[in-house]
Design a binder for this molecule. Structure first.
Ligand code: ZN
Length: 181
């Protein structure tokens, strides 16, 4: 079984066969997706899915959280067949991929797939970058934050502004406080 860790801290266990589905929290209404590019045998995912990407800003789905698992690269892009689909104009069809680096705790590297608009992490353009807790990632029209499934971030300040260095991508000053559950 895999534990879904909603940012409101309401836990929920689901079977490995439900990987890929969206779960809407009954307490806070936020959607969590168990995101994994391979089929998992029953019982094999319990110690995984401890890293998350949360949508801080975008054209839709703000607050949605992806819990990452498995060892197969997770493809990110606009195409519906991507494991992590972000459907917006400035996102390339095959924009980026997440590469598993380590387990317990999970470490992931994000790699640009020669996308049109690139990837920015903490406002710096990167080709690839090993993600650290709290990293803010700009992918096209979306701003996501990497974190831990047991951390429950409280978004404190969310001031949109357009930065020329990002072209069509809005830059944000985001103060993000990690509060322990
Ligand atoms: Zn919740």
């Amino acid at each position: 079984m895999i534990t879904i860790s909603c940012r409101c801290a309401a836990p929920r266990s689901v079977a490995e066969t439900h990987v890929g589905q969206a779960f809407v929290c009954k307490t806070c209404g936020i959607t969590t997706r168990l995101t994994c590019a391979e089929h998992l045998r029953p019982g094999s995912g319990g110690d995984d899915f401890d890293a998350t990407l949360t949508i801080l800003f975008g054209p839709d789905r703000i607050g949605e959280r992806f819990q990452l698992g498995g060892i197969t690269d997770i493809q990110i892009g606009k195409s519906a067949d991507r494991t992590l689909c972000l459907n917006a104009p400035a996102v390339s069809r095959a924009h980026a991929r997440l590469v598993r680096v380590d387990f317990g705790p999970s470490r992931w590297r994000i790699v640009d797939q020669r996308s049109t608009n690139g990837i920015f992490v903490n406002e710096r353009r990167i080709d690839e970058h090993t993600l650290q807790e709290g990293d803010v990632i700009y992918i096209g029209n979306y701003v996501l934050q990497f974190g831990r499934a047991h951390s429950h971030g409280v978004l404190q300040n969310h001031q949109p502004q357009v930065g020329p260095e990002f072209g069509a991508v809005p830059a944000f000053e985001v103060a993000f406080k990690i509060a322990s559950a």
